[in-house]
Design a protein around this ligand. Structure first.
Ligand code: FMN
Length: 202
């Protein structure tokens, strides 16, 4: 059976660095025979979570907007790759809105799994690609924690990341062809689940 990969593009900047990296990863995933779908959060109308507890009994969100289609796509994927620039040491607000709305899936999981079962995430694997302008040691920490607990709510395991520091202007990543090659390889690895050693780049 084909691995179904959902690529979530988190930048508001069309054709920017994180877009280019995820495009390369997507090509690598396709090369491995994966069935690949794309979501551009900048093109969607996704409200923030209202914290209304409307999902608490049902595991379903009551807000009727573009997120309703995304729930189906999240459910359908075996592998999810998020790509985002770092904005104020976290993910962009566009992708964070989508992530916060996964609260409904968090409740669904809580309602359907015993506490013993919750230790294991059976539904699939999640990965993060992130890029930032500065070079600080902690640059990706906030984004990684958010991604990890997003995948957990989806009953998926966080399995790996690809990070690039010192990349700021539009398409600056193209000056580093090795980075795009790494992203291509990363795309192949997410399909093969070939992450023996976790690595951080640049
Ligand atoms: C609102 C905003 C906040 C940012 N915050 C950070 C930051 O905290 N740390 C950092 O290293 N870069 C920061 N950046 C720079 C972006 O991460 C960087 O330009 C990145 O390459 C943009 O990726 P993109 O082309 O995929 O949008 C910020 C940029 C913007 C517009």
């Amino acid at each position: 059976m084909k691995v179904k990969v959902l690529c979530i593009y988190g930048s508001p900047r069309k054709g920017g660095n994180s877009d280019l990296l995820l495009d390369s990863a997507l090509e690598g995933a396709k090369k491995q025979g994966a069935d690949v779908k794309k979501v551009y959060v900048r093109d969607l109308r996704i409200s923030g979570c209202q914290g209304c507890d409307g999902c608490k009994e049902t595991g379903k969100c009551v807000i009727q907007d573009d997120m309703q289609d995304i729930y189906h796509m999240l459910d359908d994927a075996n592998v999810i790759v998020l790509s985002s620039p770092i904005f104020f040491y976290g993910l962009t607000s566009q992708i964070k809105a989508l992530i916060d709305r996964a609260q409904a899936m968090w409740w669904r999981r809580k309602l359907s799994k015993s506490s013993k079962d919750k230790k294991n995430n059976h539904r699939g694997r999640g990965y993060l690609i992130a890029v930032g302008a500065t070079r600080g040691k902690n640059l990706f920490e906030g984004a990684q924690l958010t991604a990890k607990y997003f995948f957990d709510a989806l009953d998926m395991s966080y399995k790996g990341e690809l990070y690039f520091r010192g990349i700021e202007s539009m398409r600056a990543i193209e000056k580093y062809p090795k980075a795009l090659h790494k992203a291509y390889d990363f795309g192949g690895k997410v399909v093969r689940d070939d992450f023996g050693q976790r690595s951080t780049n640049r």
